[in-house]
Write a protein that binds this ligand. Sequence first.
Ligand SMILES: Nc1ncnc2c1ncn2[C@@H]1O[C@H](COP(=O)(O)OP(=O)(O)OP(=O)(O)O)[C@@H](O)[C@H]1O
Ligand code: SF4
Ligand SMILES: [Mg+2]
Length: 372
Amino acid sequence: MDATPNVTEVETVEAATDEEAVAAIEAPVERGEPILQVRNLVKHFPLTQGILFKRQIGAVKAVDGVSFDLYQGETLGIVGESGCGKSTVAKLLMMLEKATAGEIFYKGQDITKLSGRALKAVRRNIQMVFQDPYTSLNPRMTVGDIIGETFEIHPEVAPKGDRRRKVQDLLDVVGLNPEYINRYPHQFSGGQRQRIGIARGLALNPEIIICDEPVSALDVSVQAQVINLMERLQNEFNLSYLFIAHDLSIVRHISDRVGVMYLGKMAEIGTDTEIYEHPTHPYTQALLSAVPVPDPESREGRERIILTGDVPSPANPPSGCRFRTRCWKAQDKCAEEVPLLAVPQPFKGLDTPAAHESACHFAEEKDVVHAA
Ligand SMILES: Nc1ncnc2c1ncn2[C@@H]1O[C@H](COP(=O)(O)OP(=O)(O)OP(=O)(O)O)[C@@H](O)[C@H]1O
Ligand code: SF4
Ligand SMILES: [Mg+2]
């Protein structure tokens, strides 16, 4: 058992019947308690050869043993370079992909093993907001139909006669004129379309919203408005967010805690202050160092780390530490032993912000140039 706050003990809920499972899923969770507990999550996409007789010649190890908790009411940010497995984690949590191994506990029940009404209840409670507001909305459907479509599958949330009013309420909640209900997506700006995407995500009164690069496709000025809206909605509806993005400044702004992924694994995880002010993993230090700093004074005397080389293929990751082919601190041990995600030895038991989980054999603090 890992006793660190990022991975708490799972209190499994045994439900003998579908009714019991649904009751456990609908039960409230106290603020600050874990609502989602991901354990050793693995997704390998098979690589096949041959046209008629396909045979597996390997696997893309997109997600390879990721564990974390999401607490009720918090925002957990996930960052990392392109291809490190962020969206695959999102799809696994949404059950859009089937996990190769591992467990996803929602309020103590492993959702990878649920079926029937219990699975439907979980699907209602975990919703997603997608990256691209241009392609994620069907251009041939009105906004009312896009947002209201989900009530067909979950009529218990809004009975037929009540749906139009419910959709108009949702438009109002996300700052759009309820009279726009009959308009089509092309009649809206990018920011407005993402508000529609958020309204759709909220329609079923979920508890968790998985946001995969929700503002990356928007202009900088619009990004701030959408982020502010998301923060307001989080407070209003008591939501927990998993917020995936590659913009480190945005992630810091919205997140309570941040996880840094590299090549299918979690490299470092901690509070926003721990990760941004006291990173101990060389990869996090390099990522932060790449963020431009507007203030010349805070740049002075600090080292800039240039991350060289490409991310290796997840079909053939390096042995030991996956970051070692790009790490300036790599030693023999790094090729031989996989570093575990844990509070590094030098900081164990100390009351310092550096005492957070980092998967590096030689974790240490480093004064790097990073965003204020
Ligand atoms: N359906 C699939 N089949 C095979 N490989 C896949 C599939 N989906 C994703 N991958 C591979 O898995 C790895 C992780 O992809 P993923 O989309 O999760 O990364 P990401 O961190 O979201 O990247 P980005 O920042 O570019 O969105 C990549 O190498 C990708 O090519
Ligand atoms: S374990 Fe070794 S290669 Fe990996 S980040 Fe730490 S020092 Fe670098
Ligand atoms: Mg992605």
